[in-house]
Design a protein. Sequence first.
Lengths: 624, 345
Amino acid sequence: MSAHLDTSHPTPVIEAESVVVRFSGDSGDGMQLTGIQFSDTTALLGNDLSTFPDYPSEIRAPGGTIAGVSGFQVNFGSREVFTPGDAYDVLVAMNAAALKVELPRLKPGGILIANTAGFDRRSLELAQYPDGVNPLEDGSLDGFTLHKIDISKLTKEALTDSGLSAKEVERSKNMFVLGLLFWLFDKSTEPSIQFLREKFAKHPELAEANVRVIQSGWNYGENAEIFPSRYRVRPATLPAGTYRSITGNQAIAIGLITAAERSGLPLFLGSYPITPATDILQELSRYKANGVKTFQAEDEIAGICAAIGAAYAGSLAATTTSGPGMALKTEAAGLATMLELPLVIVNVQRGGPSTGLPTKTEQADLLMAMYGRHGEAPLPVLAAASPSDCFSMAYEACRLAVEHMTPVVLLSDGYIANGAEPWRIPSEESLQPIRFEFLHQPNGPDGELRPYHRDERGVRPWIKPGTKGLEHRIGGLEKQSETGNVSYEALNHEIMVRQRAEKVERIAQNIPPATLDSGADKAHVLVLGWGSTYGSIKTAVRELLSEGCDVAHVHLRYLNPFPANLGALLAGYEQILVPEMNTGQLLQLIRAKYLVPAVGFSKIQGQPFTTGELKNRILEMLNS
Amino acid sequence: MQVALDEREVKLSPKDFVSGQEVKWCPGCGDYSILKQVQTIFPDLGIPKENFVFISGIGCSSRFTYYMDTYGMHSIHGRAVAIASGVKMANPELSVWVISGDGDSLSIGGNHFIHALRKNFDLNYLMFNNRIYSLTKGQYSPTSERGKVTKTTPFGSIEEPFNPLSLALGANAAFVARTLDRDPKHMQGVLRRAHEFKGAAFVEVLQNCPIFNDGAFFAFSDKNTKNEEAIFLQHGQPLVFGNNAEKGILLDGLTPRVVRLGEDGISASNLWIHDEQDKTKAFLLAHLDEIAAEGEHMPEPFGIIYARERLPYEELMEQQMRAIEARSGRIPLAKILAGNRTWTI
């Protein structure tokens, strides 16, 4: 947070270029809702932003414990923002455990708002502070701008005579924080008040109580005079257009619907609830009026199998999951590869193996997406780079699946799935058309049907059951080239394996070339990334470029096949650094395919890279 | 694969459903009969040939799909009905037939089996039960009887088998029936009923495996034993069996008893009258021999055990979609893209 003072207001307002706020409290404290409301208003008022909800996998871990801390981080700015930020300018700590967890990332001198009610003896003990130690009282926080506020008590006072139960009153304290933060950052409370009135339309007394608490939070900031200054972050200069705030999961859902609407195909989603992918199923369940069929199956396998059935019957079919579900779907994904039916398989990755870190992020399923089927079963793999990019890549996954009659894996991860950013809404016309046709007539010589006859791109026809005269059988057994009849002939198997692989390879002709995100096409160091590391890498490389470093950034969205020009592009750099939230999976693919001495940079902590970490590593390489 | 001429005016015959692929079941396999009966009844079901779809899993039974000249998918082990449910949801116009075996349905595919019946997709589910794994050459299956000696149970199976009828009823199946490979007429009748039934129609077909479990069900088809060991149910009719139709079953509370007609003043009107819609009695039928009074042996029931229609899943799905569309209208794509809150720069 940096910039100049404006003293025209009773409390002086400081202009800032960008600010990182972290809301942190117990799982039940409503920090996610507070963070989302704060971010939405911030976005609405024209800031660019990036959010990072960071919560435990337990719905309600034991109250007041370190395990139960739930955080929401937002970085908003008057310039472009690509990450939620490395360190916090402002930390709201609703209890002692939250402070304990978050303090290491509060910037020196940063603003710390602590709810004193969350620092009683019991809370301090749960947060594992030594007996008799209260960080709010022992001077250990002198390096920060500490504001001790009894938020619980002030909320109670605001709601005397409200008729709400003690529990309901206690649960409203997050709205006090929201109101106070709106005051601190000179933002209107109106959008959130409107949101609350809509949300509690059937319980106006709840809505009004929450509104009252927001206003008392605002008034507290205005009247208590404990804050020496307020902060203003001017609207960012983003490209002209209409924007909305979007999370990665929302963007995938909307991308799938958009592909259905643009192609004219009915959308079918077969899925099973799993963190962090469930939102996609939930979101799509709301679009029944548009003919979207969502099917919550009995398990992950039935989810993909129902989708395969729907694809066979002529739908645009998808299944959504995360790592453990992906593992269960592999046999069926192999069937879809063998049948050569269009299918979109979305894997919102999380920390693994096994149940791993369900609510934390990781990029460790890339090789599984590439190779995780028995037999030679290649399929296209795409990866979204940011929350809004999830829209484009979900649309692309549908386009490639349908145009090339193949299952496509789309990789997202928990970080971009739940994180939000402003998204410039695309015009319908700007979307690439999805070209396909169903076969209605026999396609072989002599009026025969050839279900596995391939066109010049190696693609077989899509034939819907119900089409008169084209009755035929498909299946998981190896099939004769052209006719699709079962064949155990030795040479035919090799031909079919190669044809299926070649079909996927040729998709390289139907995807955009890899382009430079930042920097020049020749440089000392290229940072090559994929997936959700985009924002951190972009920020790090841009900062280094502005510091005069000889560095460039390429970000891959198409991982199988790679863009046709990637080999030539890589040749322009002396060194290649591949940062990944895994032990080096893209690294292996790149080294194997292009025989370049790329170097990996791993982080496997369930947390995204910070810009600082990346800059340090890149600098090491530049200086080596 | 030769495409047939325009059949609009041509009446279909069983031959029209023969795919021309060489049938590769073992000589004497009960599957031949099932294929024959299906091909026999299909021409006059009133369904355009192109609307039939067969989805099968893995096992000897599941090769069935390749032999029918209809649309079909030979899929993966245990998953046929999961795939079929997707086909049916995507296009409710299709007549969907699931072909599976006892291992495919009740072991690896058990989860899909119970949920598909519960959800009640309008499809026909033929489970060929030979009480053995045949394609893998003779291991016990979830329906193999206790003590069964197979390659994986050389000292006899210690497992309690599934009772498929009871399992289907327990899963809230709307239609549960049983027939057998060696009674073509009976099978044709049951298959027609399954087809006519709107909802998930589960048909257990007792099927002989001549190689690994030969004769398992001969008692129900052999002339000398059939009338004593099998009872063929008819809705609204008393439960009568025996070589001279001289025996009947009556219910003494919840205990079935075999009685002789004409003895002790018992006439047909005293007997248990089969009611397809009575679920409690359907459970009793599924366990007939098990729940008989001590020392009493009961015949095995064949026919429609239970049949009570309720709206199929895909129809409810379509209804709900239409209702929501009528109420709130299709959401324009621009509105979907924009969401609830936008701002313009």
